[in-house]
Design a protein around this ligand. Structure first.
Ligand code: SF4
Length: 360
């Protein structure tokens, strides 16, 4: 295989992705690195921070998540963080080199209540600090997406997690199509989209590739795709999963890079299991972002100084905020919807045995 010019086509087939994924690693890396430097500065990596603004007590049954109220984990439920708390966390993150702040709430979906009003205020506050503001709050109606956009949100994160088929083996409380609908609602509101998945949940390589095909079929494709390695947390249904091999991670990042050439690929959860050399390979394969801070929502993450040492050793620079888009200027809140606009999300409710076995 020779390094090829970038293919911006979204018409990849599963067979093509399988061939790419299984090609000799050095060939795959060379091709991914070539695509990466055609569209991105290979010496820049965005540092993002994740703040869990509302932790634990989630009604969903995601098999990987310690925040699901139904599993026995040591995560305690906390109230929604105040504007002052989030502002302090954002300023701290910015001081450590982060140009993007992602705020996560352990909710099934956003409700049109006072807490959402507080989230809108959090978005306005962090936007005012000149950081890219991302939120991950669960399913989102068109009106809620509009209100977040008006508050100055830059990106909405809503992960597909895996293929549609394997999603049903991990989560029973909501459907894949609702995920795609939420992504569509964020997109229509003018938000950029962040959506990716988790590897190491027991899925096949084909499940990973099918998820990439779904992401590549979105029009436009997501600006941001996080690739997470499962952090198997005690008490969750996936607690016994073995950590993914670094080369599986590198292959997934490389294929994501080639299939979605203009997207920022984010090396996300699971970095504590990776050596500096393994992370360097991920950057070479096209990862253009890491999450900083000693926690990723609730799971461990390398400390900031270790990240900066790694950046110095590799000659990497942190990417500035809004390097790939305009900072949204907050506008007047359009307000909550009338009764008729309310959306009802599905609840498949099929039984997943390993989830049931871990219930209280
Ligand atoms: S991943 Fe999100 S929706 Fe699923 S249980 Fe955890 S907090 Fe809830």
């Amino acid at each position: 295989m020779t390094a090829q010019t970038t293919d911006l086509s979204t018409n990849w087939t599963l067979a093509e992705l399988q061939k790419l994924h299984d090609s000799p690693l050095m060939e795959l890396l060379y091709r991914a690195a070539t695509v990466h430097r055609q569209h991105h500065d290979p010496n820049e990596v965005q540092v993002s921070s994740l703040v869990s603004i509302k932790t634990g007590g989630c009604p969903e049954d995601c098999g990987y998540c310690p925040q699901a109220a139904r599993y026995h984990t040591d995560i305690e439920e906390n109230a929604l963080m105040s504007v002052e708390q989030v502002k302090a966390a954002a300023e701290r993150a910015k001081g450590l080199g982060s140009s993007r702040l992602c705020m996560g709430a352990a909710w099934r979906n956003v409700r049109d209540d006072d807490e959402f009003g507080q989230v809108l205020e959090l978005v306005r506050t962090v936007n005012g600090l000149d950081m890219e503001v991302c939120a991950t709050l669960g399913m989102l109606t068109p009106n809620q997406a509009d209100r977040l956009a008006a508050a100055g949100l830059y990106a909405y994160n809503h992960n597909l997690d895996s293929s549609e088929e394997y999603y049903k083996e991990v989560i029973s409380t909501r459907g894949y199509q609702d995920r795609l609908e939420t992504i569509g609602n964020a997109r229509k509101a003018g938000l950029t989209v962040c959506s990716g998945g988790i590897i190491g949940m027991g899925e096949t390589v084909d499940d990973r590739l099918k998820m990439l095909l779904t992401l590549a079929s979105l029009d436009p494709v997501p600006e941001s795709v996080p690739v997470n390695a499962l952090v198997a947390v005690e008490g969750t249904p996936l607690e016994d999963q073995q950590p993914v091999n670094i080369f599986e991670m590198v292959r997934m990042i490389a294929v994501t890079r080639i299939v979605l050439p203009t997207t920022t690929v984010r090396l996300s959860a699971g970095r504590t299991e990776m050596s500096p050399e393994g992370q360097a390979l991920c950057f070479f394969a096209g990862a253009g972002s890491i999450f900083a801070g000693d926690k990723l929502l609730t799971t461990p993450n390398p400390e900031a100084f270790a990240d900066m040492e790694l950046f110095a050793a590799l000659g990497l620079r942190p990417t500035a905020a809004y390097a790939k888009g305009e900072r949204p200027v907050p506008t007047e809140d359009p307000g909550p919807p009338g009764e008729k606009q309310r959306v009802r999300w599905s609840r498949p409710g099929h039984k997943i045995e390993r989830n049931e076995a871990k219930r209280h």
